[in-house]
Design a protein around this ligand. Structure first.
Ligand SMILES: C[S@@+](CC[C@H](N)C(=O)[O-])C[C@H]1O[C@@H](n2cnc3c(N)ncnc32)[C@H](O)[C@@H]1O
Length: 456
């Protein structure tokens, strides 16, 4: 027992917890495997995502009741909501990044809609010449594309918006992106993917990262034909993958009804979900590795600009894992647990530049947001409900940030009972980071699958 806090040390009962865990849930590797990203799923690659098979096996083995509700509070590209709907379960997916709302909505498009995607894309492209749009001054697309190319991308975007986004999304009280239709979302995803494809010259060693052009002359300058062709090709591929899914479902002969899914644009630190309404949480929280989750989707945010309520910079500040210094002071809270406060004390005292200033403040911001979010997630669970979190550890210089252990402690302090964990060793981006040699630390990272239950 941890004498200070009066709860069992999370990893102490791990062997017993592990047996119980394996008995109850089938936990495969959460590592993303390129070979499994084929067909419809292949159109939703997202660097921080977990594989559909991993989610499907856990949900399947959880033996949930048919009316059970599954929640992913950090839904990203919507792997959990997609897998839940495939198993006929109700689900709710939350994310703060509007790009991820569009991606998760598109992923849920029923296969029966495959047939109209290509004619729709053809109509949208046919309007291009007739009604081209000149991007407004300050249009963020102009930071990526030369004006002639930005004009084509904005014209396609505007045609999608004009023909497929109605008054439910653009209502008098503002834009509700989470009400966008699956078809509109799918065409937006095809346009996102076209922009990423055309930005190949701006890719960095991190495959998900596209560098903003440094000078106006470095901006992308594809022809109108190249942009339109890439968009049409993406729609063709998506409609083919969807049609193949439809065929597979029909030939299996099994009656299939997808579970309903709600995708919500909200901040987990302040979200309002009904208390005790969720049966199962399956999620992967933002990691504490200084990933700016909005910066990785800057091109997509530029495409979506006319539908955004907030500026990308403000959105970046709200994100868990923000690289911006928080606006006010934050104090360490007891509910963060002892491992977290010990880690923060070591980080603050580190002799390297900015450790006690900038890095300390951004880490306080991370733990404050994640602790408040965990409190909300715990409240939404029904008594007897379960929660599974996929979490990765990392290093600050040579100091181990044992995020799995920190979240296990935080979960317990937020009223959950810890039932065990499975660890998987991964190669990580930090292996190619020069910091690994300066500060002695092991190769790779550990990705842990943490399991909790809400006591009755
Ligand atoms: C590790 S990713 C989840 C990936 C997801 N499992 C998938 O398969 O794509 C974490 C997600 O948390 C979201 N996020 C970050 N801060 C958030 C906040 N305060 N509220 C809601 N979502 C947030 C990010 O936009 C990101 O999509």
């Amino acid at each position: 027992m941890n004498a200070d806090l009066g709860y069992p040390e999370p990893w102490q009962p791990r062997p017993r917890g592990r047996e119980k865990l394996q008995e109850a849930l089938k936990i495969g590797s959460p590592k993303r495997n390129k070979r499994l990203q084929t067909g419809w799923e292949g159109f939703f690659p997202y660097y921080a995502g977990f594989p559909e098979l991993f989610v499907r096996e856990i949900l399947d083995s959880a033996k949930l009741r048919p009316d059970a509700v599954v929640l992913d509070p950090w839904n990203g590209s919507g792997t959990t909501t997609y897998a839940a709907s495939q198993l006929g379960l109700k689900s709710i997916g939350i994310d703060l990044n509007p790009v991820m709302i569009i991606v998760a909505r598109a992923r849920l498009l029923p296969p029966s809609e495959a047939d109209h995607l290509r004619p729709l894309a053809a109509t949208i492209l046919s309007h291009l010449r007739a009604s081209p749009v000149t991007p407004a001054d300050g249009d963020p697309l102009l930071a990526w594309f030369q004006p002639s190319a930005a004009k084509v991308v904005r014209s396609i975007e505007q045609n999608i918006r004009r023909s497929l986004v109605g008054s439910m999304t653009k209502s008098p009280d503002g834009i509700h992106l989470d009400r966008i239709s699956g078809t509109a979302a799918t065409l937006y995803v095809a346009l996102f993917a076209a922009c990423r494809h055309l930005a190949v010259s701006l890719r960095s060693s991190n495959p998900t990262w596209i560098k903003l052009p440094k000078a106006d002359d470095d901006r992308l300058d594809p022809t109108a034909y190249a942009i339109a062709h890439q968009f049409a090709e993406n729609v063709r591929g998506m409609s083919k993958a969807l049609a193949a899914k439809q065929e597979a479902e029909e030939s299996s002969g099994a009656e299939f009804t997808a579970g309903s899914s709600t995708i919500q644009l909200s901040d987990t630190a302040t979200m309002a979900l009904a208390e005790g309404s969720i049966d199962f949480v399956l999620t992967s929280p933002p990691y504490c590795t200084r990933i700016d989750y909005t910066a990785a989707t800057r091109v997509e945010l530029a495409v979506l600009a006319p539908l955004l309520k907030v500026k990308p910079r403000d959105l970046g500040r709200q994100m868990i894992g923000s690289v911006q210094v928080p606006s006010g002071p934050i104090e360490i809270d007891e509910s963060w647990g002892t491992t977290c406060s010990t880690f923060l004390a070591a980080l603050k005292q580190h002799p390297s530049k900015a450790s006690g200033g900038y890095y300390y403040k951004t880490h306080l911001d991370y733990f404050d947001k994640i602790a408040r979010s965990l409190g909300r997630v715990s409240q939404t669970l029904k008594p007897g409900g379960r929660a599974v979190f996929v979490v990765q550890d990392s290093y600050y210089k040579e100091i181990h940030n044992d995020l799995p252990r920190i979240l296990a402690e935080m979960g317990v302090l937020q009223g959950l009972s810890f039932s065990g964990q499975e660890d998987f060793h991964l190669r990580s981006m930090s292996d190619i980071n020069p910091g690994r040699k300066t500060y002695k630390r092991p190769m790779g990272a550990t990705e842990s699958v943490l399991c909790f239950t809400k006591p009755d």
